[in-house]
Design a binder for this molecule. Sequence first.
Ligand code: ATP
Ligand code: SF4
Ligand code: MG
Length: 329
Amino acid sequence: MAAMMELVDLERSFKVGRAVVRAVDGVSLAINAGEVVCLVGESGCGKTTTGKMAVGLLRPTGGEVRFEGQDIWQMNAADFRKYRQAVQIIHQDPYSSLNPTQSVVDILSAPLLRHGFAHSRLEARQMSADCLRRVDMTPPEDYLDKYPHQLSGGQRQRVSVARALTVNPRFIMADEAVSMLDVSIRVSLLKMLGRFRDELGMTYLFITHDLAVAKFFAWDGRIAVMYLGRVVEIGPTPRLINYPQHPYTKALLSAIPEADPHATRTKERVQLRSMDVPSLLHVPSGCSFHPRCPLFEPGLCDQQVPGLADIGDRVQVACHVVARGARTV
Ligand SMILES: Nc1ncnc2c1ncn2[C@@H]1O[C@H](COP(=O)(O)OP(=O)(O)OP(=O)(O)O)[C@@H](O)[C@H]1O
Ligand code: SF4
Ligand SMILES: [Mg+2]
């Protein structure tokens, strides 16, 4: 069966002055229905740009986005509308994504009325109340007539989630959706989003710079690690966390400070050759990680771009040395 969402050799460049920045440089990723895939990596590695292309907010400069087998940019207007309804977004900042002049019921009613799920304001109000119950804002009457500034950060993000759910999506792209919340609120929101997978069969592309969040949310899913516009490792979460293969994944993991209840082996400390993240305006030749990589092999790593290679157990790694299986860090 075809994956629900397929990113095929996806590219996006931006003109910055006279230069061209390749923010996303050949990302391929297939997400099956009901699956959670987390995209992780340092700031500026292209996570948001990839997510925006997946949900049709940004047009790729190369490659394809396929939803249920169809290239979204080849769809007719009716199919594109259905796709944009099936695919919803939860943003990082509920302050800026919720209109401060609209009450909660107005915010939730708008998509219900626009997409024909509700046929009157009264019906939209009742359906909005149901949406609030789904995100544990009960009794809904306490919230329907409030404005965003009258809610806490966690409540505002729940309203954002409720708004995404109004149109019965099947796929959610959440971009740093819990980054601005306190830790305790973060956990309850992540648990709620996880529940939708079981209850509604929701599929997620979950973007975070925080591997600890990815580990928590996608323990039975997969993590894709991005570096300078490319995926360098992807695999089932427990496998990637406990047996990271790419030197960059190892470096990211060794930087997580907290105790890890899931860890089955002692974490390695990885010494990078350089702490500087190269600019996208001057991406290093060959493997773009080579100036920082402890396994760097001159003549190979600085000359040839490593492709994602299958190394078994549903793990793919873009590293000459790991793929060769000759050495481990
Ligand atoms: N509209 C744009 N114009 C020019 N450059 C852009 C644009 N959007 C993104 N970029 C650049 O593309 C690169 C990737 O940006 P992106 O926002 O996708 O990264 P990110 O991984 O989401 O980072 P963060 O963790 O900080 O959110 C960055 O260097 C960014 O400056
Ligand atoms: S290809 Fe070379 S430089 Fe790149 S991660 Fe592998 S060993 Fe390091
Ligand atoms: Mg981002």
